[in-house]
Design a protein around this ligand. Structure first.
Ligand code: GDP
Length: 477
Protein backbone atom coordinates (compact mmCIF):
# COMPACT_ATOMS: atom_id res chain seq x y z
CA UNK A 1 0.00 0.00 0.00
CA UNK A 2 1.35 3.39 -0.88
CA UNK A 3 0.36 7.02 -0.54
CA UNK A 4 1.40 9.96 -2.67
CA UNK A 5 3.35 12.80 -1.07
CA UNK A 6 0.79 15.35 -2.21
CA UNK A 7 -2.15 13.33 -0.90
CA UNK A 8 -0.45 12.77 2.40
CA UNK A 9 0.40 16.45 2.83
CA UNK A 10 -3.17 17.31 2.03
CA UNK A 11 -4.53 14.85 4.56
CA UNK A 12 -2.31 16.19 7.31
CA UNK A 13 -3.02 19.78 6.37
CA UNK A 14 0.64 20.67 5.78
CA UNK A 15 2.46 22.00 2.74
CA UNK A 16 3.91 19.37 0.46
CA UNK A 17 7.21 21.23 0.57
CA UNK A 18 7.33 20.86 4.35
CA UNK A 19 6.77 17.15 3.96
CA UNK A 20 9.46 16.81 1.33
CA UNK A 21 11.86 18.64 3.65
CA UNK A 22 11.19 16.17 6.45
CA UNK A 23 11.72 13.33 3.99
CA UNK A 24 15.06 14.84 3.02
CA UNK A 25 15.98 14.92 6.68
CA UNK A 26 15.28 11.20 6.75
CA UNK A 27 17.49 10.70 3.74
CA UNK A 28 14.66 10.24 1.26
CA UNK A 29 14.62 12.32 -1.87
CA UNK A 30 11.05 12.62 -2.97
CA UNK A 31 8.98 14.61 -5.40
CA UNK A 32 5.44 15.76 -4.85
CA UNK A 33 4.01 12.98 -7.04
CA UNK A 34 6.06 10.21 -5.54
CA UNK A 35 4.45 7.39 -3.60
CA UNK A 36 5.69 6.52 -0.13
CA UNK A 37 5.56 3.05 1.31
CA UNK A 38 3.84 2.42 4.61
CA UNK A 39 7.01 2.50 6.73
CA UNK A 40 8.27 5.77 5.31
CA UNK A 41 4.84 7.33 5.51
CA UNK A 42 4.53 6.31 9.16
CA UNK A 43 7.90 7.83 9.96
CA UNK A 44 7.05 11.13 8.32
CA UNK A 45 3.59 11.21 9.85
CA UNK A 46 4.98 10.81 13.35
CA UNK A 47 7.17 13.88 12.75
CA UNK A 48 3.97 15.83 12.29
CA UNK A 49 2.27 14.16 15.22
CA UNK A 50 0.09 11.89 13.06
CA UNK A 51 -0.27 8.17 12.89
CA UNK A 52 -0.70 6.26 9.67
CA UNK A 53 -3.55 3.83 9.70
CA UNK A 54 -3.32 1.04 7.23
CA UNK A 55 -6.62 0.75 5.47
CA UNK A 56 -7.21 -2.11 3.09
CA UNK A 57 -7.67 -1.41 -0.55
CA UNK A 58 -11.35 -0.95 -1.21
CA UNK A 59 -12.98 -1.70 -4.51
CA UNK A 60 -15.77 0.68 -3.62
CA UNK A 61 -13.42 3.55 -4.33
CA UNK A 62 -13.24 2.40 -7.92
CA UNK A 63 -16.48 0.62 -8.64
CA UNK A 64 -19.29 3.05 -8.26
CA UNK A 65 -21.73 1.82 -5.62
CA UNK A 66 -24.97 0.63 -7.07
CA UNK A 67 -27.31 3.54 -7.13
CA UNK A 68 -31.04 3.37 -7.49
CA UNK A 69 -31.79 4.03 -11.11
CA UNK A 70 -34.15 6.89 -11.77
CA UNK A 71 -37.50 5.53 -12.95
CA UNK A 72 -37.20 7.39 -16.26
CA UNK A 73 -33.86 5.72 -16.98
CA UNK A 74 -35.37 2.24 -16.77
CA UNK A 75 -36.34 0.44 -19.95
CA UNK A 76 -38.15 -2.87 -20.34
CA UNK A 77 -35.92 -5.89 -20.81
CA UNK A 78 -36.51 -9.50 -21.91
CA UNK A 79 -36.99 -12.25 -19.31
CA UNK A 80 -34.22 -14.78 -18.65
CA UNK A 81 -35.54 -18.33 -18.43
CA UNK A 82 -34.12 -21.53 -16.93
CA UNK A 83 -35.70 -24.86 -17.81
CA UNK A 84 -36.06 -27.38 -15.01
CA UNK A 85 -37.70 -30.73 -14.49
CA UNK A 86 -37.19 -34.42 -13.85
CA UNK A 87 -34.60 -36.33 -15.85
CA UNK A 88 -35.88 -37.49 -19.26
CA UNK A 89 -38.95 -35.29 -19.14
CA UNK A 90 -37.58 -33.35 -22.10
CA UNK A 91 -35.62 -30.32 -20.84
CA UNK A 92 -32.88 -30.58 -23.46
CA UNK A 93 -35.33 -31.48 -26.22
CA UNK A 94 -37.44 -28.44 -25.38
CA UNK A 95 -34.43 -26.11 -25.37
CA UNK A 96 -33.38 -27.47 -28.76
CA UNK A 97 -36.88 -27.34 -30.20
CA UNK A 98 -37.35 -23.70 -29.23
CA UNK A 99 -33.96 -22.81 -30.62
CA UNK A 100 -34.55 -24.61 -33.91
CA UNK A 101 -38.05 -23.27 -34.39
CA UNK A 102 -36.72 -19.78 -34.17
CA UNK A 103 -34.13 -20.00 -36.85
CA UNK A 104 -35.70 -17.95 -39.59
CA UNK A 105 -35.17 -18.35 -43.30
CA UNK A 106 -32.60 -15.57 -43.29
CA UNK A 107 -30.32 -17.69 -41.19
CA UNK A 108 -30.36 -20.51 -43.68
CA UNK A 109 -28.29 -23.49 -42.78
CA UNK A 110 -29.52 -23.08 -39.25
CA UNK A 111 -26.15 -22.23 -37.82
CA UNK A 112 -26.42 -21.36 -34.19
CA UNK A 113 -23.62 -20.91 -31.77
CA UNK A 114 -23.79 -22.64 -28.42
CA UNK A 115 -22.58 -19.97 -26.04
CA UNK A 116 -24.52 -21.02 -22.94
CA UNK A 117 -27.60 -18.94 -23.60
CA UNK A 118 -29.70 -17.85 -26.55
CA UNK A 119 -32.51 -15.49 -27.28
CA UNK A 120 -35.60 -15.90 -29.40
CA UNK A 121 -37.88 -13.33 -30.91
CA UNK A 122 -41.61 -13.79 -30.40
CA UNK A 123 -44.35 -11.57 -31.79
CA UNK A 124 -44.71 -10.09 -28.32
CA UNK A 125 -41.06 -9.66 -27.46
CA UNK A 126 -37.76 -11.37 -26.82
CA UNK A 127 -37.07 -14.25 -24.43
CA UNK A 128 -33.63 -15.38 -23.28
CA UNK A 129 -32.98 -19.03 -22.43
CA UNK A 130 -30.10 -20.32 -20.35
CA UNK A 131 -28.67 -23.43 -21.95
CA UNK A 132 -27.84 -25.38 -18.79
CA UNK A 133 -31.11 -26.88 -17.59
CA UNK A 134 -31.82 -28.16 -14.10
CA UNK A 135 -32.03 -26.90 -10.57
CA UNK A 136 -28.47 -27.90 -9.66
CA UNK A 137 -26.90 -25.41 -12.03
CA UNK A 138 -29.50 -22.84 -11.05
CA UNK A 139 -28.79 -23.18 -7.33
CA UNK A 140 -25.03 -23.41 -7.82
CA UNK A 141 -25.16 -20.02 -9.53
CA UNK A 142 -27.30 -18.69 -6.73
CA UNK A 143 -24.88 -19.96 -4.11
CA UNK A 144 -22.26 -17.85 -5.83
CA UNK A 145 -24.52 -14.85 -5.54
CA UNK A 146 -25.69 -14.84 -9.13
CA UNK A 147 -29.42 -14.56 -9.53
CA UNK A 148 -29.94 -14.34 -13.25
CA UNK A 149 -33.14 -16.30 -13.84
CA UNK A 150 -36.44 -14.42 -13.97
CA UNK A 151 -38.73 -17.30 -14.84
CA UNK A 152 -38.48 -21.06 -14.46
CA UNK A 153 -40.10 -23.27 -17.06
CA UNK A 154 -40.94 -26.51 -15.31
CA UNK A 155 -41.06 -29.40 -17.75
CA UNK A 156 -43.27 -32.32 -16.75
CA UNK A 157 -43.79 -35.30 -19.04
CA UNK A 158 -47.51 -35.79 -19.55
CA UNK A 159 -47.13 -39.56 -19.46
CA UNK A 160 -45.07 -39.63 -16.29
CA UNK A 161 -46.31 -36.85 -14.04
CA UNK A 162 -44.64 -35.29 -11.03
CA UNK A 163 -41.43 -37.03 -9.97
CA UNK A 164 -38.69 -36.44 -7.36
CA UNK A 165 -36.75 -33.88 -9.34
CA UNK A 166 -39.97 -32.12 -10.29
CA UNK A 167 -40.56 -31.51 -6.59
CA UNK A 168 -36.95 -30.44 -6.09
CA UNK A 169 -37.21 -28.01 -8.97
CA UNK A 170 -40.34 -26.49 -7.47
CA UNK A 171 -38.61 -26.05 -4.10
CA UNK A 172 -35.46 -24.58 -5.57
CA UNK A 173 -37.46 -22.10 -7.64
CA UNK A 174 -39.52 -21.14 -4.61
CA UNK A 175 -36.43 -20.69 -2.47
CA UNK A 176 -35.18 -18.25 -5.08
CA UNK A 177 -38.53 -16.52 -5.37
CA UNK A 178 -38.67 -17.20 -9.10
CA UNK A 179 -42.11 -17.78 -10.66
CA UNK A 180 -42.84 -21.00 -12.51
CA UNK A 181 -44.48 -21.55 -15.88
CA UNK A 182 -45.36 -25.21 -16.44
CA UNK A 183 -44.70 -26.92 -19.76
CA UNK A 184 -46.58 -30.19 -19.91
CA UNK A 185 -44.41 -32.03 -22.41
CA UNK A 186 -44.74 -35.21 -24.50
CA UNK A 187 -48.35 -34.40 -25.36
CA UNK A 188 -47.88 -36.52 -28.51
CA UNK A 189 -47.45 -39.67 -26.47
CA UNK A 190 -50.10 -42.21 -25.90
CA UNK A 191 -51.13 -42.09 -22.29
CA UNK A 192 -50.48 -38.37 -22.03
CA UNK A 193 -52.58 -37.14 -19.14
CA UNK A 194 -52.17 -33.39 -18.63
CA UNK A 195 -54.95 -33.26 -16.05
CA UNK A 196 -53.05 -35.65 -13.86
CA UNK A 197 -50.00 -33.38 -14.10
CA UNK A 198 -52.15 -30.42 -13.11
CA UNK A 199 -53.62 -32.27 -10.16
CA UNK A 200 -50.25 -33.37 -8.91
CA UNK A 201 -48.73 -29.91 -9.31
CA UNK A 202 -51.79 -28.29 -7.72
CA UNK A 203 -50.95 -30.38 -4.67
CA UNK A 204 -47.58 -28.66 -4.65
CA UNK A 205 -49.26 -25.27 -4.73
CA UNK A 206 -49.09 -24.67 -8.48
CA UNK A 207 -52.83 -24.27 -9.04
CA UNK A 208 -53.59 -23.75 -12.76
CA UNK A 209 -55.25 -20.55 -13.92
CA UNK A 210 -58.24 -22.40 -15.36
CA UNK A 211 -58.81 -23.92 -11.94
CA UNK A 212 -58.81 -20.53 -10.28
CA UNK A 213 -55.09 -20.45 -9.52
CA UNK A 214 -52.23 -18.33 -10.80
CA UNK A 215 -49.92 -20.80 -12.48
CA UNK A 216 -49.69 -20.75 -16.25
CA UNK A 217 -49.64 -24.13 -18.01
CA UNK A 218 -48.75 -24.82 -21.64
CA UNK A 219 -49.14 -28.13 -23.47
CA UNK A 220 -46.21 -28.93 -25.72
CA UNK A 221 -44.43 -31.63 -27.61
CA UNK A 222 -40.72 -30.98 -27.90
CA UNK A 223 -40.54 -33.86 -30.31
CA UNK A 224 -43.21 -32.65 -32.72
CA UNK A 225 -42.55 -28.96 -32.11
CA UNK A 226 -46.15 -28.30 -31.12
CA UNK A 227 -47.31 -25.72 -28.61
CA UNK A 228 -43.97 -23.92 -28.61
CA UNK A 229 -45.37 -20.56 -29.73
CA UNK A 230 -48.02 -20.74 -27.02
CA UNK A 231 -45.39 -21.55 -24.43
CA UNK A 232 -43.30 -18.58 -25.52
CA UNK A 233 -46.36 -16.36 -25.37
CA UNK A 234 -47.08 -17.57 -21.84
CA UNK A 235 -43.52 -16.78 -20.82
CA UNK A 236 -43.81 -13.27 -22.19
CA UNK A 237 -47.15 -12.90 -20.43
CA UNK A 238 -45.61 -13.97 -17.14
CA UNK A 239 -42.70 -11.58 -17.67
CA UNK A 240 -45.07 -8.66 -18.26
CA UNK A 241 -46.46 -9.28 -14.79
CA UNK A 242 -42.92 -9.06 -13.42
CA UNK A 243 -42.31 -5.67 -15.13
CA UNK A 244 -38.66 -6.45 -15.78
CA UNK A 245 -36.63 -3.30 -16.29
CA UNK A 246 -33.03 -2.18 -16.42
CA UNK A 247 -31.06 0.97 -17.11
CA UNK A 248 -29.09 0.45 -20.33
CA UNK A 249 -27.23 3.78 -20.10
CA UNK A 250 -24.44 2.98 -17.68
CA UNK A 251 -21.41 0.71 -17.39
CA UNK A 252 -22.34 -2.93 -17.85
CA UNK A 253 -22.92 -5.36 -15.02
CA UNK A 254 -23.76 -9.00 -15.42
CA UNK A 255 -22.78 -12.56 -14.63
CA UNK A 256 -20.78 -15.30 -16.30
CA UNK A 257 -22.92 -18.06 -17.71
CA UNK A 258 -20.16 -20.15 -19.20
CA UNK A 259 -16.39 -19.81 -19.66
CA UNK A 260 -13.64 -21.72 -21.37
CA UNK A 261 -10.12 -21.50 -22.69
CA UNK A 262 -10.10 -21.38 -26.47
CA UNK A 263 -6.93 -22.46 -28.22
CA UNK A 264 -6.83 -19.58 -30.64
CA UNK A 265 -8.74 -16.90 -28.82
CA UNK A 266 -7.67 -17.32 -25.21
CA UNK A 267 -10.15 -17.06 -22.36
CA UNK A 268 -13.67 -16.54 -23.64
CA UNK A 269 -16.82 -16.33 -21.59
CA UNK A 270 -20.50 -15.77 -22.07
CA UNK A 271 -21.73 -12.85 -20.07
CA UNK A 272 -25.37 -12.26 -19.41
CA UNK A 273 -25.61 -8.50 -19.15
CA UNK A 274 -28.11 -7.50 -16.48
CA UNK A 275 -27.85 -3.74 -16.55
CA UNK A 276 -25.96 -1.11 -18.47
CA UNK A 277 -24.41 -1.69 -21.85
CA UNK A 278 -21.16 -3.40 -22.75
CA UNK A 279 -19.13 -1.97 -25.64
CA UNK A 280 -16.21 -3.23 -27.55
CA UNK A 281 -13.08 -1.82 -25.88
CA UNK A 282 -14.60 -1.56 -22.38
CA UNK A 283 -12.26 -2.47 -19.50
CA UNK A 284 -13.80 -4.80 -16.93
CA UNK A 285 -13.26 -6.91 -13.84
CA UNK A 286 -14.68 -10.38 -13.49
CA UNK A 287 -14.01 -12.70 -10.58
CA UNK A 288 -10.25 -12.72 -10.11
CA UNK A 289 -9.46 -11.28 -13.50
CA UNK A 290 -9.43 -8.04 -15.35
CA UNK A 291 -9.74 -7.61 -19.06
CA UNK A 292 -10.76 -5.42 -21.93
CA UNK A 293 -13.45 -6.34 -24.42
CA UNK A 294 -11.60 -7.33 -27.55
CA UNK A 295 -14.61 -8.67 -29.37
CA UNK A 296 -18.28 -9.43 -28.73
CA UNK A 297 -20.31 -12.17 -30.39
CA UNK A 298 -24.00 -12.88 -30.11
CA UNK A 299 -25.65 -16.30 -29.88
CA UNK A 300 -25.65 -16.58 -33.67
CA UNK A 301 -21.91 -16.18 -33.79
CA UNK A 302 -22.19 -12.69 -35.26
CA UNK A 303 -19.82 -9.96 -34.21
CA UNK A 304 -21.62 -7.16 -32.40
CA UNK A 305 -20.47 -3.80 -31.05
CA UNK A 306 -22.60 -3.61 -27.94
CA UNK A 307 -24.73 -5.74 -25.65
CA UNK A 308 -27.49 -4.39 -23.44
CA UNK A 309 -29.59 -5.77 -20.57
CA UNK A 310 -30.57 -9.47 -20.74
CA UNK A 311 -28.40 -10.06 -23.79
CA UNK A 312 -26.05 -13.00 -23.64
CA UNK A 313 -22.77 -12.25 -25.41
CA UNK A 314 -19.56 -14.11 -25.80
CA UNK A 315 -16.74 -11.86 -24.69
CA UNK A 316 -13.11 -12.12 -25.69
CA UNK A 317 -10.39 -10.30 -23.81
CA UNK A 318 -10.24 -11.93 -20.37
CA UNK A 319 -6.86 -12.15 -18.67
CA UNK A 320 -7.88 -15.51 -17.23
CA UNK A 321 -10.80 -17.91 -17.34
CA UNK A 322 -13.55 -16.80 -14.94
CA UNK A 323 -16.07 -19.15 -13.36
CA UNK A 324 -19.76 -19.54 -14.06
CA UNK A 325 -21.58 -17.27 -11.65
CA UNK A 326 -18.77 -14.73 -11.37
CA UNK A 327 -19.90 -11.15 -11.45
CA UNK A 328 -18.84 -9.09 -14.43
CA UNK A 329 -18.42 -5.36 -13.94
CA UNK A 330 -17.43 -2.75 -16.48
CA UNK A 331 -15.02 -0.16 -15.03
CA UNK A 332 -13.56 3.18 -16.06
CA UNK A 333 -10.10 2.25 -17.17
CA UNK A 334 -7.64 -0.59 -17.53
CA UNK A 335 -5.52 0.47 -14.59
CA UNK A 336 -8.44 0.36 -12.23
CA UNK A 337 -9.48 -3.02 -13.60
CA UNK A 338 -6.02 -4.46 -13.05
CA UNK A 339 -5.75 -2.94 -9.60
CA UNK A 340 -9.02 -4.53 -8.50
CA UNK A 341 -8.11 -7.90 -9.99
CA UNK A 342 -4.73 -7.82 -8.23
CA UNK A 343 -6.34 -7.07 -4.92
CA UNK A 344 -8.82 -9.90 -5.39
CA UNK A 345 -6.09 -12.37 -6.28
CA UNK A 346 -4.10 -11.34 -3.24
CA UNK A 347 -7.10 -11.87 -1.00
CA UNK A 348 -7.75 -15.22 -2.62
CA UNK A 349 -4.17 -16.34 -2.06
CA UNK A 350 -4.36 -15.29 1.58
CA UNK A 351 -7.54 -17.26 1.94
CA UNK A 352 -6.01 -20.33 0.37
CA UNK A 353 -2.89 -20.11 2.47
CA UNK A 354 -4.93 -19.72 5.60
CA UNK A 355 -6.94 -22.76 4.64
CA UNK A 356 -4.05 -24.94 3.58
CA UNK A 357 -1.70 -24.68 6.49
CA UNK A 358 -4.13 -24.72 9.33
CA UNK A 359 -4.59 -28.19 10.67
CA UNK A 360 -6.10 -28.20 14.10
CA UNK A 361 -7.37 -31.03 16.18
CA UNK A 362 -10.87 -29.74 15.48
CA UNK A 363 -10.51 -29.52 11.72
CA UNK A 364 -8.47 -32.66 11.27
CA UNK A 365 -11.39 -34.91 10.42
CA UNK A 366 -13.08 -32.31 8.24
CA UNK A 367 -9.90 -32.16 6.19
CA UNK A 368 -9.77 -35.90 6.05
CA UNK A 369 -13.28 -36.01 4.68
CA UNK A 370 -12.00 -34.07 1.71
CA UNK A 371 -9.45 -36.78 1.18
CA UNK A 372 -6.50 -34.79 2.42
CA UNK A 373 -5.24 -36.08 5.76
CA UNK A 374 -5.75 -39.63 6.81
CA UNK A 375 -2.89 -39.24 9.19
CA UNK A 376 -2.79 -36.96 12.19
CA UNK A 377 0.75 -35.68 12.32
CA UNK A 378 1.98 -34.66 15.76
CA UNK A 379 5.05 -32.95 17.13
CA UNK A 380 5.40 -33.77 20.82
CA UNK A 381 7.54 -31.81 23.24
CA UNK A 382 7.78 -32.91 26.83
CA UNK A 383 9.57 -31.92 30.04
CA UNK A 384 11.36 -35.21 30.59
CA UNK A 385 12.20 -38.30 28.55
CA UNK A 386 10.02 -40.56 30.70
CA UNK A 387 6.81 -38.65 30.05
CA UNK A 388 7.66 -38.28 26.35
CA UNK A 389 7.79 -42.07 26.03
CA UNK A 390 4.60 -42.56 28.00
CA UNK A 391 2.74 -40.01 25.89
CA UNK A 392 4.02 -41.35 22.57
CA UNK A 393 3.06 -44.89 23.49
CA UNK A 394 -0.41 -43.99 24.65
CA UNK A 395 -1.08 -42.03 21.45
CA UNK A 396 0.28 -44.72 19.14
CA UNK A 397 -2.34 -47.10 20.50
CA UNK A 398 -5.13 -44.82 19.21
CA UNK A 399 -4.36 -45.50 15.56
CA UNK A 400 -7.01 -47.43 13.64
CA UNK A 401 -7.14 -48.68 10.08
CA UNK A 402 -8.71 -45.44 8.93
CA UNK A 403 -6.91 -42.82 10.97
CA UNK A 404 -3.38 -42.97 12.16
CA UNK A 405 -1.47 -40.99 14.73
CA UNK A 406 1.95 -40.23 13.41
CA UNK A 407 4.48 -38.64 15.74
CA UNK A 408 6.80 -36.94 13.28
CA UNK A 409 8.97 -35.52 16.01
CA UNK A 410 9.32 -36.01 19.74
CA UNK A 411 11.75 -34.34 22.08
CA UNK A 412 12.29 -32.87 25.48
CA UNK A 413 12.56 -29.21 26.29
CA UNK A 414 10.68 -26.06 25.33
CA UNK A 415 8.77 -25.75 22.06
CA UNK A 416 11.10 -23.99 19.65
CA UNK A 417 10.86 -22.11 16.43
CA UNK A 418 12.08 -25.12 14.49
CA UNK A 419 9.29 -27.24 16.02
CA UNK A 420 6.81 -24.73 14.66
CA UNK A 421 8.33 -24.73 11.19
CA UNK A 422 8.38 -28.50 11.09
CA UNK A 423 4.75 -28.64 12.12
CA UNK A 424 3.85 -25.97 9.59
CA UNK A 425 5.59 -27.76 6.75
CA UNK A 426 4.10 -31.13 7.65
CA UNK A 427 0.65 -29.96 8.62
CA UNK A 428 1.12 -31.19 12.14
CA UNK A 429 -0.36 -30.24 15.48
CA UNK A 430 2.08 -29.58 18.34
CA UNK A 431 1.53 -31.18 21.72
CA UNK A 432 3.26 -29.55 24.68
CA UNK A 433 3.37 -31.85 27.68
CA UNK A 434 4.39 -29.90 30.77
CA UNK A 435 6.18 -27.37 28.54
CA UNK A 436 5.35 -23.91 27.25
CA UNK A 437 6.65 -21.88 24.33
CA UNK A 438 8.27 -18.49 24.71
CA UNK A 439 6.24 -15.46 23.67
CA UNK A 440 8.26 -15.17 20.50
CA UNK A 441 7.66 -18.77 19.50
CA UNK A 442 3.96 -18.33 20.23
CA UNK A 443 3.88 -15.43 17.77
CA UNK A 444 5.53 -17.50 15.09
CA UNK A 445 3.00 -20.28 15.66
CA UNK A 446 0.23 -17.79 15.14
CA UNK A 447 1.81 -16.51 11.96
CA UNK A 448 2.31 -20.01 10.64
CA UNK A 449 -1.15 -20.98 11.81
CA UNK A 450 0.11 -23.95 13.74
CA UNK A 451 -2.11 -25.38 16.44
CA UNK A 452 -0.35 -25.90 19.79
CA UNK A 453 -2.10 -27.80 22.59
CA UNK A 454 -0.93 -27.92 26.17
CA UNK A 455 -1.46 -30.76 28.63
CA UNK A 456 -0.21 -31.86 31.99
CA UNK A 457 -2.35 -34.96 32.40
CA UNK A 458 -1.89 -37.88 30.00
CA UNK A 459 -5.47 -39.00 30.41
CA UNK A 460 -6.82 -35.66 29.17
CA UNK A 461 -4.44 -35.61 26.21
CA UNK A 462 -5.34 -39.13 25.13
CA UNK A 463 -9.03 -38.41 25.41
CA UNK A 464 -8.76 -35.24 23.26
CA UNK A 465 -6.80 -37.00 20.54
CA UNK A 466 -9.26 -39.86 20.59
CA UNK A 467 -12.09 -37.39 20.07
CA UNK A 468 -10.21 -35.66 17.28
CA UNK A 469 -9.69 -38.96 15.49
CA UNK A 470 -13.37 -39.73 15.65
CA UNK A 471 -14.41 -36.21 14.74
CA UNK A 472 -16.01 -35.67 18.12
CA UNK A 473 -14.00 -32.62 19.13
CA UNK A 474 -16.43 -29.76 18.72
CA UNK A 475 -14.96 -26.98 16.63
CA UNK A 476 -14.03 -23.89 18.58
CA UNK A 477 -15.86 -20.84 17.47
P1 GDP B 1 -34.00 -34.24 -20.19
O1 GDP B 1 -33.28 -35.29 -19.45
O2 GDP B 1 -35.10 -33.63 -19.36
O3 GDP B 1 -33.12 -33.19 -20.83
O4 GDP B 1 -34.78 -34.99 -21.37
P2 GDP B 1 -34.40 -35.12 -22.93
O5 GDP B 1 -34.67 -33.86 -23.64
O6 GDP B 1 -33.06 -35.71 -23.04
O7 GDP B 1 -35.49 -36.16 -23.39
C1 GDP B 1 -35.56 -37.47 -22.86
C2 GDP B 1 -36.20 -38.39 -23.85
O8 GDP B 1 -37.54 -38.02 -24.08
C3 GDP B 1 -35.52 -38.38 -25.22
O9 GDP B 1 -35.47 -39.68 -25.72
C4 GDP B 1 -36.42 -37.50 -26.05
O10 GDP B 1 -36.38 -37.85 -27.42
C5 GDP B 1 -37.77 -37.78 -25.46
N1 GDP B 1 -38.70 -36.68 -25.63
C6 GDP B 1 -38.49 -35.39 -25.27
N2 GDP B 1 -39.57 -34.65 -25.56
C7 GDP B 1 -40.47 -35.47 -26.12
C8 GDP B 1 -41.79 -35.28 -26.64
O11 GDP B 1 -42.35 -34.19 -26.65
N3 GDP B 1 -42.42 -36.39 -27.10
C9 GDP B 1 -41.84 -37.61 -27.10
N4 GDP B 1 -42.54 -38.62 -27.58
N5 GDP B 1 -40.62 -37.83 -26.64
C10 GDP B 1 -39.92 -36.77 -26.15
Amino acid sequence: EAIRVSDMAHQMGVKAQALIKVLLGLGVMATINQSLDLDTASLVASEFGYEVEKVGFSEDTYIAPREEDKPESLKGRPPVVTIMGHVDHGKTSLLDAIRESNITGGEAGGITQHIGAYHVLTPRGEVVFLDTPGHEAFTAMRARGAQVTDIVVLVVAADDGVMDQTREAVNHSRAAGVPIVVAVNKMDKEGADPDRVKRELADLGLLPEDWGGETIYAHVSAKQHTGLDELLEMIVLQSEVLELKANPDKPARGHIVEARLDKGRGAVATVLIQEGTLHQGDPFVCGLFSGRVRALFNDKGEKVDTAGPAMPVEVQGFEGVPEAGDEFVGVEDDKVARRIAESRQLKQREKELAKESKITLETFLAQKAEGEAQILNLVIKSDVQGSLEAVSEALAKLSTDEVKVNVIHGGTGAITESDILLASASEAVIIGFNVRPSAKVKDIAEQEKVDIRFYDIIYKLVSDIKDALSGMLAPEV
